[in-house]
Write a protein that binds this ligand. Sequence first.
Ligand SMILES: [Zn+2]
Length: 257
Amino acid sequence: MKTGWKRLNVSDAFIFDQDLQAIRSRTQTERSRIFFWHATLPPNDHPELLLPVNPLIVDCKPFVGALQTGCKRLSDFTTNRFREACQDHTQSPLVPLPLQAKQWRLFWAFPIHHTSQNIWYWAILNSLSCQYTLHSRAPTIFVTPNCPICLSEVGTLSHFLYQCPQKWTVWETAWIKYFGLSPSTFDIHRALFSLEIPDHPSPVFHVHPCQITSSIILALWRTQWSFIFDNRTFQTSSINSKIDALVSHLSSDLNLT
Ligand SMILES: [Zn+2]
């Protein structure tokens, strides 16, 4: 943090303005007490360091207080230590590791829908906004870390993607149909996070295996958010029909090329 401190511009310092009800840059006279907000680092082990009043307003007094009283010396509070403190230790042991360069090249060459590729990319980086993450960052809005679909388990990334019982039914149905395989959770995890997808779909389907996986991701994603925001039902048979439509569309595109 010491090195970063020296490099920071004064314009990087902000304050919450009670009159404006918004965060703004500090004025010249307000620049004697600078604070920093690591918005992307959830302090799971040290929630006292950040206290979100709501997603737009952050009370940084606890953070500053911790710097003043919680550390023997300010120099002990390095950026690495802060990142370490912010690590999410509650996630499943199956949390993904980033891909190798060769795998990234393979990933970016996938002939799949851009939206699906985007979702898949953020999943690989463990950065999708699953319920657990949303609850950690904005507990007043997302009052429970539990999955909004099954309500019974914590909505971790792997639960959000495939471990939720209803989502698992979708994956299982699609894999049996398109790959002729009944998958284990490890199979799905490897497909998503190591790109180890079955080589060939059943001969009747003229699509790349990655397109089947991407169609499942996209259909689940769209249904999840229409369930959350539009109060639509989360019906597994309907999701599998959406997957069929997406695969069929990709198949016709493939046949034209
Ligand atoms: Zn669930």
